[in-house]
Design a protein around this ligand. Structure first.
Ligand SMILES: C[C@@]1(CC(=O)O)C2=NC(=C\c3[nH]c(c(CCC(=O)O)c3CC(=O)O)Cc3[nH]c(c(CC(=O)O)c3CCC(=O)O)/C=C3\N/C(=C\2)[C@@H](CCC(=O)O)[C@]3(C)CC(=O)O)/[C@H]1CCC(=O)O
Ligand SMILES: NC(=O)c1ccc[n+]([C@@H]2O[C@H](COP(=O)([O-])OP(=O)(O)OC[C@H]3O[C@@H](n4cnc5c(N)ncnc54)[C@H](O)[C@@H]3O)[C@@H](O)[C@H]2O)c1
Length: 503
């Protein structure tokens, strides 16, 4: 007995779950084959149409005792289709590769199937799924894209509905993509593995990945970004030069005692932000508030300093393709408007109402902290469509400038909890944050002028010193623990701030 005949050594097929569809789909080049269709009534017409819709030049012989007029017309429009009027004979099978049976005589249908099987021809018996060697599928067509749907014979009506669904869901532009990909496929060089890698990179956007950018386009984008950053920096320097001279800066920096406290706060905040992807504003706000600095001064200083930090991190995210342009656009305007309103209100009324504002902010941050931690342990559900994204951004911008922090935790955590991909949320929110902090800093300049240079410089120096370490920490811990970290941090600090208020 040879080993290979021993059933124990034969490879076993993987078991499929019961009720699984075991049909093997193929796409036939029907225009190179010959099809015999028996039956010229409604079903015959349906099958002939299905064939010709997909393969207009297919050679089909239709045999029937009578033909529907529509079928005759259809055949007349397709020169490769021949009609033979008369009862089925076994010789009709000769010269054909595939048989489709659609007469209204069930017994005849089954005997044609038996004839076909004896000649090793594949046969479809329209009214008897059990007798079919293959089924026709419901077909979605978008140019070169073709999707065949099978319900395993369970419900052709559902197959039709799914075809309608997919046809409207798949953009027509996909065919252009296919055309271009086919050209790119011919152009990319290298070995097979490299080829596959670049083809995947180019198409990542289709499945929600980062948009592809050619090296030339990337270069121009970098140049444009650098130009924008340089321009923004110049404007900022220009504004600053009205308020501060070099001598004054040196004087501030050498007023060691308090200055180093601010440097330390800036350093710590930048580290936390690097690690958690958010929290710069919150950390500095709570630290400064606990030093009993007036809220308006806190917020103004933070936003001026944060502008630098968020500008740098936003640029970083943009370069790595973490920015969802649509999301950015939706967040930008409401975020900026909210920030300007918050900054204006705080600058106008903040000093006066500082006592009342502070506990309110502490409670707000406490709730935010609890909310963020709870997000870490609730499963993100299916992605919700945020219709109120604008409102969220406006609230985030307002609270950020009014409270000195919260844009990141509020907007980022809400979006991630809504089922969006953290990578793109953090990227898009960070870039928007630059504009939001820029807007509130400008509002503070305009309303308050700048009077807290010691704080601002301290934060910037500390932040800049920490940024190389912070950049290395980015993305090193899982999202869940990121949430827990941010939440805990916010809760501890707000409890501490509250304790100071009530004691
Ligand atoms: C996909 C499509 C391709 C095509 O034929 O071109 C197709 N049927 C279509 C439509 C359709 N056919 C029927 C209805 C009426 C409502 C209903 O019954 O649901 C509708 C819906 C409508 O027209 O709206 C009646 C019907 N069909 C079959 C039986 C026999 C039986 O099940 O016993 C009966 C009952 C006869 C009776 O009661 O007398 C059998 C089959 N029909 C199949 C394919 C194969 C399984 C495909 C799969 O697994 O999904 C299979 C097994 C064999 C085959 O024919 O290849 C095409 C979609 C066109 C589109 O996309 O718009
Ligand atoms: N699979 C499907 O999608 C589907 C849908 C509806 C109906 N059906 C079933 O398919 C069968 C056909 O339905 P129909 O509406 O097309 O009927 P129909 O009466 O419109 O057409 C029957 C066809 O069979 C031909 N025919 C009969 N005896 C013949 C013979 N000996 N030789 C050659 N041709 C012969 C007739 O000339 C006619 O063209 C029915 O049994 C029906 O229940 C299947």
């Amino acid at each position: 007995m040879s080993l290979s005949n021993d059933p124990a050594t034969q490879p076993r097929p993987e078991p499929l779950p019961s009720g699984a569809n075991r049909l093997f789909p193929v796409f036939l080049k029907l225009e190179q084959l010959h099809v015999l269709l028996v039956g010229g009534g409604n079903v015959g017409l349906e099958k002939l149409s299905a064939i010709l819709n997909n393969s207009p030049a297919a050679a089909v012989t239709v045999v029937a005792t009578r033909f529907l007029p529509e079928l005759r017309e259809l055949a007349a429009r397709h020169p490769a289709v021949q009609l033979r009027e008369g009862p089925y004979q076994i010789t009709d099978l000769v010269g054909h590769d595939l048989v489709i049976v659609a007469t209204d005589d069930k017994v005849l249908n089954l005997s044609i199937k038996a004839d076909s099987t004896r000649q090793r021809l594949l046969c479809n018996v329209a009214d008897t799924p059990d007798a079919c060697d293959f089924y026709l599928g419901s077909i979605v067509q978008k140019g070169d894209l073709k999707i065949a749907i099978s319900t395993n014979g369970k419900s052709p009506t559902v197959a039709k509905r799914i075809r309608e669904m997919l046809t409207s869901a798949i953009p027509d532009e996909l065919n252009d993509v296919l055309q271009r990909m086919s050209k790119i496929r011919e152009l990319v060089g290298g070995d097979f593995a490299n080829k596959v890698k670049s083809l995947n990179a180019v198409t990542a956007e289709l499945t929600g990945g980062p948009a592809y950018e050619s090296p030339a386009a990337a270069m121009w984008r970098r140049r444009a970004t650098m130009a924008l950053l340089a321009f923004t920096g110049l404007i900022a320097l220009n504004i600053l030069s009205y308020y501060i001279t070099w001598d004054k800066a040196v004087q501030i920096a050498t007023n060691a005692d308090t200055f180093y406290i601010f440097v330390a706060i800036g350093f710590g905040a930048q580290l936390v932000d690097g690690l958690l992807g958010m929290g710069y504003g919150v950390v500095t706000a709570i630290s400064l508030m606990s030093l009993n600095i007036a809220p308006a001064a806190v917020s103004a200083s933070i936003h001026t300093a944060e502008m630098f930090a968020s500008g740098a991190s936003g640029y970083h995210h943009y370069r790595f393709g973490n920015v969802n342009k649509k999301l950015f656009k939706v967040l930008l305007i409401p975020g900026v408007l909210g920030a300007v309103t918050g900054a204006y209100l705080l600058a106008t009324f903040g000093e006066e109402y500082a006592k009342y504002v502070k506990p309110f902010l502490a409670v707000y941050l406490l709730l935010l902290g609890i909310r963020i931690i709870s997000k870490a342990f609730t499963k993100p559900g299916p992605r919700k469509k945020h219709k109120k994204l604008g409102f969220l951004a406006a609230a985030g911008g307002f609270l950020d400038s009014f409270g000195g922090g919260g844009w990141g935790p509020l907007v980022t955590s809400t979006l991630i909890a809504g089922g969006r991909t953290p990578q793109y949320v953090i990227g898009s929110v960070s870039v928007t944050e630059f504009f939001v902090t820029f807007a509130s800093a400008v509002t503070f300049f305009a309303t308050l002028g700048i009077s807290h240079w010691q704080i601002i410089l301290g934060l910037i120096v500390g932040g800049v010193a920490a940024s190389p370490f912070a950049a290395r920490l980015a993305g090193r811990i899982p999202t869940r623990w990121m949430f827990v970290g941010v939440g805990l941090m916010v809760i501890v600090w707000s409890l501490w701030a509250l304790r100071k208020v009530f004691m």
